[in-house]
Design a protein around this ligand. Structure first.
Ligand SMILES: Cc1cc2nc3c(=O)[nH]c(=O)nc-3n(C[C@H](O)[C@H](O)[C@H](O)COP(=O)(O)O)c2cc1C
Length: 389
């Protein structure tokens, strides 16, 4: 039995992942923005809510299905966009797409993926959503959207919460960009770290070293190697976005569009007025700012402020199936995981990613039954009270 199969919760997968990853990679995943306070607050916010079960409800069989944009998914959660994922495990994008397809949940391919858009769309044609950052060069954005559309991807996730590149104290300390990899200056320090983590290092070297950002290869100068493509990407991936850009992207993408990275009710309402089909309440998993409230608290505020009519997705701090029930009760129509599934794939590849999904799914099913909710629609605000530790 593989170690990941024995993990009983996401925290155990996290420990396995961090044991396998070199410190400079693990610290980056865990670091968040600034001093990391945003990540902690995202997780802690869940511990301040408790569930209020109803008894004698007919809860069998529990039905966790959710319908989104004309498709019925098997659960209340999907896998969110995580850029540069191949650094945690070679082919992480492909592995996550595969488990999402098999679990019948959505997989958001990051605009900073290592795998090409077309490859992931072939692996999971009915489950891949594409995440866009607005590139500096408008033609790059247009081209990415056209590629996603031509590959058959139906749902666009437009991430709007980074007007500047995020500031990670971990990267400041190590001097290593995850996209462009070690440099001559940083290599000696990282060498020992890599030696002490032989499983990760073997995977990295077997795959040919720094993974290439395949969707960006076509835009970088012809003949660029992985480092050069990453350098091109690092300069071009993100241009500060405004409401004008949202109008432009809405005009370019004909299918369902999700605007990701809002934490304010007025912003959420305005995004919907501008044509968003859903809004994801998210602080980028604590990678945006360290001095923000937990994403769950933002969700509760936005739902209260924006009313019940707009479709809200949520991510940030989900580590247990019961967290999904709390988020639904506080107003989320659907949830996404970032780190939970990355821990799984980092710790144990396909098996580990599947384990992460199984843990969340069985915990969700159990919690719904215990709360007296047979379907996701049965979970309401009355099922939670504030007041945990
Ligand atoms: C290492 C890392 C990379 C990320 N890359 C992206 C990205 O490329 N695009 C994006 O929209 N969000 C990105 N996110 C944010 C996630 O999509 C998601 O909002 C966040 O991870 C949710 O919080 P959680 O990790 O606590 O589940 C990233 C998050 C992490 C931790």
């Amino acid at each position: 039995m593989a170690a990941v199969d024995r993990a009983v919760n996401i925290e155990e997968l996290r420990r396995l992942a961090l044991r396998r990853l070199p410190r400079f990679v693990g610290d980056y995943l865990e670091g968040g923005a600034g001093d990391g306070g945003g990540i902690r607050r995202n997780i802690d916010a869940f511990r301040r809510y408790l569930l209020l079960p109803r008894a004698l409800a007919d809860v069998t069989p529990v039905d966790t299905r959710v319908e989104l944009f004309g498709k019925t998914y098997s659960s209340l959660f999907g896998i969110s966009a995580v850029g540069i994922a191949g650094i945690y495990r070679r082919h992480a994008d492909e592995l996550l797409a595969e488990v999402a397809r098999d679990a019948n949940i959505p997989f958001i391919l990051s605009g900073a993926s290592h795998a090409a858009i077309e490859k992931i769309a072939r692996i999971a044609p009915d489950h891949t959503w594409y995440q866009l950052y607005g590139a500096h060069v408008p033609e790059v954005t247009e081209n990415m959207l056209a590629r996603a559309r031509d590959a058959g991807i139906k749902v666009l996730v437009y991430t709007v919460d980074y007007p500047l590149a995020p500031r990670s104290e971990v990267v400041g300390r190590t001097g290593v960009s995850m996209a462009t990899g070690p440099t001559l200056r940083t290599f000696p320090r990282l060498f020992l770290d890599a030696l002490l983590h032989p499983s990760w290092t073997a995977d990295y070297l077997r795959g040919g070293g720094l993974p290439k950002l395949e969707s960006w290869t076509a835009h970088a100068p012809t003949g660029s190697n992985a480092k050069q493509v990453a350098a091109y990407y690092a300069l071009n991936w993100n241009n500060p976005q405004t409401w004008r850009d949202l109008d432009r992207i809405r005009g370019l993408w004909k299918g369902p569009m999700v605007v990701k990275g809002l934490v304010n009710a007025d912003d959420a309402l305005r995004a919907v007025q501008a044509g968003a089909d859903a809004v994801t309440i998210s602080n980028h998993g604590g990678n945006k700012l360290d001095c923000m409230q937990g994403a769950l608290d933002s969700l509760a505020q936005v739902r209260a402020g924006a009313g019940g009519d707009i479709r809200l997705f949520f991510d940030g701090g989900i580590r247990r199936g019961s967290d999904l029930v709390v988020a639904k009760a506080l107003g989320a129509d659907f949830c996404f995981t970032g780190r939970a599934t990355i821990y799984g794939v980092a710790a144990g590849g396909l098996r580990g990613a599947k384990r992460a999904i199984d843990i969340l799914q069985s915990d969700l099913t159990y919690t719904m039954a215990m709360t007296g909710c047979r379907t996701v629609g049965d979970i309401t605000r009355e099922h939670v009270i504030a007041g945990g530790s």
